[in-house]
Design a protein around this ligand. Structure first.
Ligand SMILES: NC(=O)c1ccc[n+]([C@@H]2O[C@H](COP(=O)([O-])OP(=O)(O)OC[C@H]3O[C@@H](n4cnc5c(N)ncnc54)[C@H](OP(=O)(O)O)[C@@H]3O)[C@@H](O)[C@H]2O)c1
Length: 321
């Protein structure tokens, strides 16, 4: 298997390499690409040093079995179609193709069947969406979600390495902010991404549109508020749902226990405890009646929300699904 990783030096890129190693995926060859900033640096992969190369116009004009992209939407828009046209299956962490018709938006546990005999670009969903749909897909199949109201508490690493550095500098006393619209240290910022004409943010509309596409149901009414909090790793979500069919809480617990890569727990997990895990932790499930419930979920945004999902897509596709 011949692999390339574009954006290998970033938060997601580095984690994808780690995850490939953890899954004992040892390609015959791997090429690592970045911008000119990191070109020439050395990265370790399966015990060997690999030199990172600058992504250039002709870099991907060759055959790869898989090319993993995590260098932002503008890079993906230009380079992913080139890689795909040379025969690669592209797994793209950016938002570039998530809403494109004909491009599967995949969370393997939910709609991995879309990968069967598929070649071309596969889109990896947004981090907040992945952990939310993993905790809701079985409940949706059984009871039919009508309304989902979600408030997120998103770690600074969701904004990439620059987000981590900005919080670290503010912790050391800096008052400057460039990545987040307000100071994030000792604060909470209720905007992620630009505000659109409908007053929702880009991040919020990702949660709306991606959830509908992954669950294959355009009728679900989704009401997100996405919030940045001064946490390094791990997104949290408070989710309220209304269902078509009645349930009792034990019914929901049964579905959650059966949901792949989801842990239903009485423990009160926080991001600090679950960083480094590949699971979604669901707790505090509660209700006043038979059609509405609340739950809390926590997951590692770089792993569950990006790198692990991408490598799970690769594994499932390579195994023929
Ligand atoms: N962080 C998350 O929780 C998360 C979750 C889901 C999806 N994503 C998506 O994953 C992507 C990467 O996110 P990240 O958090 O890893 O960001 P990051 O830490 O800022 O890393 C960005 C990576 O892209 C590379 N890059 C930037 N411009 C490039 C260019 N013109 N050509 C080639 N490489 C270029 C960077 O290389 P240099 O080292 O040279 O700068 C670096 O390797 C984004 O699309 C993001 O939306 C992130």
């Amino acid at each position: 298997m011949k692999l390339a990783v574009v954006g290998a030096t970033g938060e997601v890129g580095r984690m994808m390499l780690k995850k490939l190693e953890e899954e004992s995926i040892e390609p015959d060859g791997i090429d690592l690409f970045s911008s000119s900033r990191s070109a020439g640096s050395l990265m370790k992969f399966t015990g060997k040093s690999v030199e990172v190369r600058e992504l250039r116009e002709d870099s991907l004009r060759t055959y790869y079995d898989y090319v993993l992209f995590s260098a932002g939407a503008s890079v993906s828009k230009v380079f992913a179609p080139i890689a795909a046209s040379y025969g690669a299956v592209v797994i793209d962490n950016s938002s570039a193709f998530r809403q494109s018709e004909g491009i599967p938006l995949v969370v393997p546990e939910i709609n991995g069947f879309l990968l069967k005999d598929y070649r071309g670009i596969v889109a990896n969903p947004n981090c907040s969406t992945i952990q939310m749909v993993l905790s809701l897909y079985k409940i949706h199949r059984k009871f039919g979600l009508r309304i989902v109201v979600v408030s997120t508490y998103q770690a600074v690493s969701g904004a990439g390495n620059r987000g981590i550095v900005e919080l670290e500098k503010q912790e050391a006393g800096s008052q400057d902010h460039a990545v987040f619209v307000r100071k994030i240290h000792r604060n909470v910022v209720p905007v992620i991404g630009d505000i659109l004409e409908n007053s929702f943010s880009v991040e919020e509309m990702k949660m709306v549109n991606e959830t509908r596409k992954i669950l294959g149901d355009s009728k679900i009414s989704i009401w997100p508020t996405t919030v940045r909090v001064p946490v390094m790793h791990g997104h949290s979500e408070a989710i309220f749902c209304e269902t078509e069919k009645p349930f009792d809480l034990e019914d929901l617990r049964v579905e959650l226990r059966a949901s792949e890569d989801v842990v239903l727990t009485d423990e009160k997990f926080t991001p600090a405890e679950i960083a480094g895990s590949d699971l979604v932790y669901v707790s505090r499930i509660r209700s006043f009646d038979s059609h509405r419930f609340l739950l809390w979920n926590v997951a590692d945004n770089i792993r569950v929300g990006a790198a692990t999902n991408a490598v799970r897509i690769l594994k499932m596709h390579a195994g023929g699904v």
